[in-house]
Design a protein. Structure first.
Length: 362
């Protein structure tokens, strides 16, 4: 037995040398020119991504609402199976790249995403879209993006029948999104862009007064201060006009609003473990919303102002086989100002989520 062990000690280094010899290319192999990719693979690449997320408040319910849900009160108001959930989000996109007008680079990116809630199937939805960019000159481009979510569950809302009887029903909407953007390099280390954004939400018939058209303008800046650190910021304005604003009936809700938002972000590129390319990122966003309804009987919107906070901290890196990995923590919070301060607690919430994302280009 001891002899066998001694022989094994001699074999293990040999196995190690053989494995290394396969993994380390010879000098001749290193000098050998790589075969040229087929034309199709020069033009088309694919990216596959899987995000696994845990969210402790999937509908962003307030503490007051969560207390009602936990107590089993008014079950028609809460169709969910749990306030928290695990969400699996696969996404796949293709990039078709080539030269178009003036011989400048251009590409199209069709994409598909599906949000699968493991327990709350009412929340499951998918999104499809197309993004395109064309460079007008080496440092300037125009870009357009369109996407659609055919059916998104918002939450259950109070609905009053013609008989005067009230109940809670599902509020769902179809969402169209359009973005038009122009960007360019202002300096070798500074990029900027300006974009127009449009969204339209069409709710189911019971809540059609919530149909919403949103128009927005946003300015972005990205500054690569040094090789190891990058900063970015954006500022946006938005106006949303609801169908209910054109209906004079005071009992018909008007969810129109004006909003502005600002975000600061920083990414640090670490100089250790260079094989794995570690990065660390944090962002902080503030969004201010002011509801525009003139219907003074609506205690939840007349004179209402919202302050929304978003905080993210995360890290990213590169695994073997060219697999990218990201780990993030996100905090979302809403604070509300109402004329009737006793109702503010019914609208304010906090939500926490953690996520692990894997992606790979092909």
């Amino acid at each position: 037995m001891l002899g066998l062990f001694n022989k094994s000690k001699a074999v293990f280094p040999l196995i190690f040398v053989i494995l290394v010899s396969f993994s380390v290319p010879s000098e001749a192999a290193r000098k050998k020119k790589r075969p040229k990719k087929p034309k199709f693979w020069q033009m088309v690449t694919f990216n596959a991504q899987l995000e696994i997320r845990y969210d402790d408040n999937v509908i962003n319910y307030s503490d007051d609402e969560l207390d009602l849900y936990a107590g089993g009160e008014n079950e028609s108001r809460f169709p969910i199976d749990s306030e928290d959930d695990w969400i699996f989000i696969p996404r796949i996109e293709a990039r078709i790249k080539g030269n178009l007008f003036g011989g400048h680079t251009a590409w199209l990116e069709p994409f598909f995403r599906y949000d699968y809630y493991s327990r709350n199937d009412i929340r499951r939805f998918y999104k499809i879209g197309l993004n395109g960019r064309h460079y007008l000159f080496p440092s300037g481009y125009v870009e357009a993006e369109y996407s659609i979510i055919p059916d998104y569950y918002y939450r259950n809302q109070y609905y009053e029948e013609e008989s005067g009887t009230g109940t809670y029903r599902e509020a769902n909407f179809l969402k169209h999104y359009l973005k038009l953007e122009y960007g360019m390099n202002l300096l070798p280390s500074l990029k900027g862009d300006v974009s127009y954004r449009y969204e339209h939400k069409t709710f189911n018939e019971e809540f059609s007064e919530r149909d919403l058209s949103e128009n927005g303008l946003r300015l972005d800046g990205i500054w690569r201060a040094m090789d190891w650190i990058k900063f970015w910021v954006f500022y946006g304005l938005e106006r949303a006009e609801a169908k209910g604003a054109d209906i004079p009936d005071l009992d018909v809700k008007d969810v129109s609003y004006d909003a502005w938002e600002i975000l600061f972000g920083v990414r640090y590129y670490a100089d250790f473990l260079k094989k794995y390319k570690p990065e660390f990122v944090t962002t902080l966003k503030y969004r201010r919303i002011k509801y525009q309804t003139l219907k003074y009987v609506d205690d939840y919107r007349f004179g209402r102002k919202d302050s929304n906070y978003y905080f993210r901290i995360g890290m990213a890196g590169r695994l073997p086989a060219k697999v990218g990995i990201e780990l993030d923590y996100n905090l979302v919070g809403k604070r509300v100002t109402l004329l009737d301060t006793s109702k503010e607690g019914q609208l304010e919430f906090d939500s926490n989520s953690i996520s692990l994302t894997l992606n790979r280009n092909f």
